[in-house]
Design a protein around this ligand. Structure first.
Ligand SMILES: [Zn+2]
Ligand SMILES: [Zn+2]
Ligand SMILES: [Zn+2]
Ligand SMILES: [Zn+2]
Length: 500
């Protein structure tokens, strides 16, 4: 384990620009793994725990990306003539071309001699974030070396491939080692462009390393969440729940709604550790049953969950009839349900998908199962872009119902604040407001109708009285014989009818 004290000193240097004199955190020995970030005072839900700035940041430049973004300010550029005229092989805007950062990038890459400096090459552009480690100060580089790095067989591939894009790529072992190590640290702790919104990540378009955040350990029910400031790309980490003094600050490396087994595998494969958090140790996942399935006995309505946690192929148990099933048997049920639901997710009709989730899927998969939640999330996401073939009524009811379903599951899991929760609660609030307004409008309409009906009834009554009076008058007038029989008006029809 790298000494918490040294990590702390290097982080203090890195965070000095924020001038936080009384930080709410410190680096300490972690109960989860090695060292971690610990709250030095009790923190209220929503409170900022710390800010972090990127030690390294660059364009993600995935092959499928458009590469016309400035390598310094990261802004998109018009897609003509955006490459540096000096032949460094990097895209740069005219303003940033004169900045110190580009001068240092430019000198470095020019000295390596890109094969085709005028052509935007994703490998070269992506490497910049890594290569910048070479020109960092000694303390900054030490900080990179302080962070966890998964030094597997693949971590050298990136630099090896990039070398082919330059004529004079350095052969100096020390330089190559710095870059390889940086790749490994970035892969273990860094951020890379992600468009996957189900992971509760704010959309992030770059490749970057936030060193303090890199020390935050994982929990499947994290007590903190982060956002990025758009202008500075600084990160803000907030308390997702109240955090007592001395408790470790945690984040999640996985999606919030994957089942125990899938999370376990992901963390093992990608992050090389076994999570032992309270959610991972509970086969029911705090009663949220994210991986729960129906009992194979069709007469039983019980839910089936893994017998014990932490195994890749556990036996499963029905919580009601106690029937045991093998992992393969239960995976058959899960695969069938996933296949059926994903086929609807991938179909073009949003209405069909919603109707399927509302009326059909519950007969073969519990609504708490992750495949149903994922499908509901994708419905909400599609509804955000437009109603597609859903009526306004259906869209409205669906937003209301699904955001409620998902937040209820979050509550069951004990998940506090997150970007996803903020988003869902906002959706719920808007839809509830709309519903309340509609109900109020409807009530007002009814009230007006009743008022009109009352008035009409009153008018009818009045008319009746008038007509009665009139007919009584004409009855009295006739025997007096004042009217000229030749010009006497006919009796009013109503009165006639009444007399008849
Ligand atoms: Zn720029
Ligand atoms: Zn240049
Ligand atoms: Zn866990
Ligand atoms: Zn059963």
């Amino acid at each position: 384990m790298i000494c918490p004290k040294r990590t702390s000193e290097l982080l203090d240097l890195h965070l000095a620009p924020f001038k936080d004199k009384d930080p709410a955190w410190e680096i300490g020995v972690s109960k989860i793994a090695g060292r971690g970030v610990v709250a030095t005072r009790s923190l209220k839900r929503g409170e900022i725990i710390f800010r972090d700035s990127p030690l390294l940041i660059g364009l993600a430049a995935h092959e499928e990306d458009s590469l016309n973004a400035c390598s310094v300010c990261l802004k998109m550029l018009p897609d003509t003539r955006f490459m540096c005229r000096q032949g460094c092989g990097l895209p740069v805007c005219s303003l940033c071309a004169k900045k110190k950062q580009h001068k240092s990038d430019c000198d470095l890459f020019k000295s390596w001699g890109p094969n085709e400096p005028d052509v935007a090459n994703s490998v070269i552009i992506r490497l910049l974030c890594v290569a910048r480690a070479i020109n960092l100060s000694k303390e900054q580089r030490d900080l990179i070396y302080c962070l966890q790095a998964n030094l597997d067989n693949n971590h050298r591939t990136e630099v090896r491939n990039a070398a082919k894009c330059f004529k004079n790529f350095p052969t100096d072992k020390k330089l190559i080692e710095i870059m390889n190590r940086t790749v490994a640290v970035l892969r273990t702790n860094g951020f890379d462009k992600t468009t996957d919104r189900t992971n509760d990540n704010q959309e992030f378009n770059y490749r970057a390393l936030y060193p303090l955040f890199g020390v935050v350990n994982h929990d499947c029910i994290p007590n903190a969440y982060y956002t990025f400031e758009e202008k500075t790309n600084n990160m803000i980490v907030r308390a997702a729940v109240d955090i007592p003094e001395g408790f470790e600050v945690t984040t999640t490396y996985t999606k919030l709604f994957t089942g125990n087994i899938a999370r376990h595998l992901f963390l093992k494969m990608k992050k090389s550790f076994t999570c032992k958090c309270s959610r991972c140790s509970d086969p029911t996942e705090k009663g949220a049953f994210i991986s729960g399935l129906y009992c194979r006995d069709t007469n039983c309505t019980g839910l089936v969950v893994p017998e014990i946690t932490g195994l890749p192929h556990p036996n499963w148990n029905c919580l009601v009839c106690k029937q045991k099933s093998t992992h393969a048997q239960m995976m058959k049920s899960q695969d069938f349900a996933s296949g059926a639901i994903n086929a609807k997710v991938n179909s073009n009709s949003l209405r069909t998908l919603v109707q399927y989730l509302n009326e059909k899927s519950d007969s073969f998969i519990p609504s708490s199962n992750y495949v149903v939640i994922d499908a509901k999330m994708s419905v909400l996401q599609r509804l955000q872009q437009g109603r597609e073939d859903c009526s306004e009524e259906l869209a409205h009811n669906t937003r209301l119902r699904y955001s409620r379903d998902i937040t209820q599951l979050m509550d069951k899991l004990g998940l506090g604040d997150s970007l996803l929760r903020t988003h869902l609660e906002e959706l719920l609030r808007r839809e509830e407001e709309r519903r309340a307004k509609r109900l109020a409008d409807e009530a007002e309409k009814q009230r007006k109708l009743a008022e009109l009906q009352a008035k009409a009834a009153e008018a009818d009554k009045l008319l009746e009285v008038l007509q009665k009076e009139q007919s009584e008058q004409s009855e009295q007038a006739e025997p007096a014989g004042t009217a000229d029989p030749g010009t006497a008006p006919a009796a009013p029809p109503v009165a006639t009818a009444e007399l008849a």
